[in-house]
Design a protein around this ligand. Structure first.
Ligand code: MSP
Length: 638
């Protein structure tokens, strides 16, 4: 076990445009468990996290706050690194893409790719999502012209651009994925990537001229390097790749044993397609495995500021303890699937798993060892009870499964197994009835045997939960006067043991009803604040020509389940308007309605059909109503 394998684990680097909530802190917490686990295993571990600080999104966020981009990213980087300290994250480095050690190397990477012909200059016209910092092709865009990932409006952008030749590498990448079956895990995500590549890769636009907050292309400084090329490189620039001292790169990457990138499902394409292709083009070995996790969702869906349902990690950790937060987040999410964060479930898990099962096992055992043996246990010469072997076997099985699951990011499975052992140990106490044994002096050896078995089970549990619950593990180790050490995992590894005289409850049971009430009240305080678009003048508004129009005809657009094509009469003219209302109105319902039309909107093609205007409607997430007026056609709306 002590073979000093190297292990390099990375989180995505976080956008510096907002605060980290419990959803995205999951990536960091889960990586921390992996890093802690590997260190305990004796592996030479390097854990990297950091900040993604460039791009239009950050430039615009800074502008909104009236500060400079560097002012914004400095502030957010400080807040984020403090958050990680408070969450006891054990990262070995914290890379920021605005640092010179990073930007200098990114420039060299870009120039190398340019020199080798993998990057070429062209021009680009496309639909860009500022929020995701990504272009989308026609086939990816929804009928309403919104971003298929985040649903925000896309911007039409045309500029001279550099491109990374992805097509050239697509077969090589497919072969790599085929040759390395565990490159992308879980399997379902791998299949997604394979079909994305097979559907045909378009060369990737890798520079921008429309904003300035980013790393400049040295040979053509009006271009800023695409934020994803910049960001993905962090995984090697942080190790000193391409710099004077690249010893960490050599150790953990080039000659390293295990390299793991942990990401959420939304950034799969960047990591499973663009990043390996960049590495191939740079002649850097693809050393990493990708573990792709799902999302933490709230009862009402995604966490978002506009829904007012954001939960921040320190809110949970400061009220219920860091271990409870970490335990919940790790235990509820199976690799690859989404999971739910709700206070009902959180509090229930707190009371059941932590306070009752684990907490009681520890405090009962420590109290009994004190009461019956003055705080000491020693290994029996032989097992004296039939239950002993059963619990020893379960412990051995748990340790095996623990390693199997913790070394492959199946943390949830590992925890389920540990909690089975905890339940078994509680049952063992009920079966052996130490309080009855204690009354019979002839049973003193049996009682000693029981106490030793319990001590051993708890000692092992304390070591195994250390990566997930650093505080709780340390506390239990203190109670048992031991220290977490994976070489000592297994039944009977200590000849004797000792416990402290008195221990506090590890987790105090919570009054669920009172806590739920407290959380509900807090949620009300968080009610979403309306976010309005940038202010406009009365002159801006005056540019709109809004008229009442009468719908004469309406029909569904073939091959579309959203669009209706209508003939609308405004005064003496009739125009064709295509509108995405088909889910809410049948054509028959629309005919005869007097609606409000934006009459001077430049015509546009929607699904190959011309639309000469737009009708106004009010909508919520799942409802829509067109605005109707009782006045005749051609009436002005202002
Ligand atoms: N900056 C990019 C990553 C660049 S890596 C070279 C980015 N940043 S992010 O801040 O938006 O997201 C960071 C991580 O948080 C991603 O892995 C993302 O999937 C994850 N999550 C965001 N919301 C989440 C949940 N609600 N639940 C779980 N993970 C979530 O993307």
């Amino acid at each position: 076990m002590n073979s000093k394998k190297t292990c390099y684990v990375t989180t995505p680097i976080y956008y510096a445009s907002g605060n980290v909530h419990i959803g995205n802190s999951y990536s960091t917490i889960v990586c921390d468990c992996f890093a802690r686990y590997n260190r305990l295993k004796g592996n030479d571990t390097f854990y990297l996290t950091g900040m993604d600080e460039h791009g239009l999104k950050i430039e615009e966020a800074a502008k909104k706050q009236g500060i400079t981009p560097i002012g914004l990213v400095d502030k957010v980087a400080l807040e984020t690194s403090n958050l990680w300290k408070n969450l006891k994250i054990t990262n070995d480095d914290f890379i920021r893409t605005s640092e010179e050690r990073h930007s200098k190397v990114v420039q060299d990477i870009f120039e190398t790719l340019l020199k080798n012909g993998d990057i070429y200059l062209g021009s680009y016209e496309g639909d860009y999502c500022v929020s995701c910092e990504a272009f989308f092709t026609k086939t990816q865009i929804t009928e309403e012209g919104i971003c298929p990932d985040c649903g925000k409006p896309l911007r039409r952008v045309k500029e001279e651009s550099y491109f990374l030749n992805l097509k050239k590498y697509s077969d090589k990448l497919l072969k790599f994925i085929d040759d390395n079956p565990d490159f992308i895990q879980p399997e379902s995500r791998k299949n997604e990537v394979v079909s994305f590549i097979k559907s045909g890769l378009e060369d990737l636009c890798v520079s921008r001229t429309s904003f300035t907050w980013g790393i400049k292309v040295p040979s053509n400084p009006k271009h800023v390097i695409y934020v994803w090329i910049d960001a993905l490189s962090n995984y090697i620039t942080a190790l000193g790749y391409g710099s004077k001292d690249d010893s960490k790169y050599q150790k953990y990457w080039a000659n390293g044993d295990e390299v793991v990138h942990v990401i959420g499902k939304d950034i799969l394409r960047f990591h499973a397609v663009y990043w390996p292709i960049m590495l191939m083009a740079l002649n850097v070995p693809i050393k990493f495995k990708l573990y792709v996790h799902g999302w933490y969702l709230m009862k009402d869906g995604k966490m978002s500021k506009s829904r007012g349902n954001m939960v921040y990690p320190m809110e949970v950790a400061s009220r219920y303890g860091l271990d409870a937060l970490r335990y919940y987040l790790i235990s509820q999410m199976p690799l690859g699937n989404d999971a739910l964060f709700s206070y009902d479930r959180f509090l229930e898990k707190f009371n059941t798993d932590l306070a009752n099962d684990l907490g009681n096992l520890v405090s009962r055992t420590v109290a009994m060892i004190n009461k019956y043996f003055g705080g000491k246990v020693s290994k029996p010469k032989e097992n004296l009870l039939p239950f002993d072997k059963e619990i020893e076997d379960l412990l051995a099985l748990t340790i095996d499964k623990y390693h199997e699951s913790f070394s492959t990011f199946r943390f949830q499975n590992g925890l389920i197994q540990i909690w089975e052992l905890i339940s078994r140990a509680n049952k063992y106490i009920d079966e052996t009835e130490p309080w009855v044994l204690a009354k019979d002096p002839s049973k003193i050896d049996v009682l000693g045997d029981v106490m030793y078995h319990l001590y051993e089970v708890i000692r092992n549990i304390a070591y195994m939960v250390a990566p997930v619950m650093p505080d709780g593990s340390e506390k239990i180790c203190d109670y048992l006067k031991t220290k977490a050490d994976f070489n000592m995992l297994g039944y009977g590894k200590v000849e004797s043991g000792e416990v402290i005289e008195k221990c506090d409850a590890l987790f105090k049971r919570l009054d669920i009803e009172a806590e739920l009430k407290y959380q509900e009240e807090k949620l009300e305080e968080k009610e979403p604040k309306e976010v309005f678009k940038d202010e406009i003048t009365i002159e801006d508004f005056g540019k709109l020509d809004l008229r009442v129009g009468e719908v004469l005809e309406a029909k569904k657009l073939e091959k579309s389940d959203k669009l209706l094509v209508m003939k609308i009469k405004i005064g003496s003219s009739v125009r064709q308007v295509v509108s995405g209302i088909s889910k809410f109105y049948t054509p028959e319902e629309m005919v005869g309605k007097h609606v409000v039309v934006v009459a001077n909107l430049k015509s546009a093609m929607l699904r190959g059909v011309e639309s000469q205007g737009m009708i106004l409607a009010a909508s919520t997430e799942d409802k829509l109503e067109v605005i109707e007026v009782g006045l005749p056609s051609n009436s002005k709306v202002s």
